[in-house]
Design a binder for this molecule. Structure first.
Ligand SMILES: [Zn+2]
Length: 179
């Protein structure tokens, strides 16, 4: 038995009318970095369909080293598979999306953070760095972190956005720019 059963039924319905697509560039020319929170699924909030955009999700939607590594690999892959060779060729835009009421904001509280560190074995400093208490501040910092990474391809632009849980509205807070 598994709690997957009801989801497997949904998959049956999905597969019944499914048409496979060949590997191609993401049709929106976007990569989305966002929180793993199940209230902020970009397939729903941004209307993403299959083939529209790779989505990288972690706690808070933070630009961690793992995210930077994934973006670097996606850039390499896109360049190899779909890219032209011209200097003006652009690959894709990375949209960093943080949100209000993020569960990681609890980590801003030292007592909660200490408990979390003891329970998970993660360093308190790492937990503090991952907290999204003010998404407008953290999204700006993370756009800067990605743009300043030596691993970021000059053919990739980065933008920042905040999703408001209360309204369902996404607001652009950092315009897209290249490194
Ligand atoms: Zn969150």
């Amino acid at each position: 038995m598994t709690r997957m059963n009801s989801l497997l039924e949904r998959n049956e319905q999905f597969a019944a009318t499914y048409t496979p697509a060949p590997l191609g560039p993401p049709t929106t020319q976007m990569v989305i970095v966002t929180c793993l929170d199940h209230r902020v699924d970009p397939a729903i909030t941004l209307g993403l369909r299959l083939g529209d955009a790779p989505v990288i999700r972690n706690a808070g939607g933070r630009v961690t080293q793992a995210v930077i590594d994934d973006v670097a690999f996606l850039a390499f892959l896109a360049g190899q598979l779909f890219g032209g060779q011209g200097p003006d060729d652009r690959l894709f835009e990375v949209a960093v999306v943080h949100h209000t009421q993020c569960g990681t904001s609890l980590l801003a509280d030292p007592g909660f953070r200490h408990q979390a560190a003891e329970a998970t074995g993660l360093p308190e400093a790492a937990l503090e760095a991952s907290a999204v208490a003010d998404p407008y501040t953290t999204v700006k910092a993370d756009v800067e972190r990605l743009l300043s990474s030596p691993l970021l391809s000059p053919k990739i632009s980065v933008s920042g956005h905040v999703y408001d849980i209360a309204t369902g509205r996404l607001t652009t807070t950092v315009d897209a720019r290249y490194p």
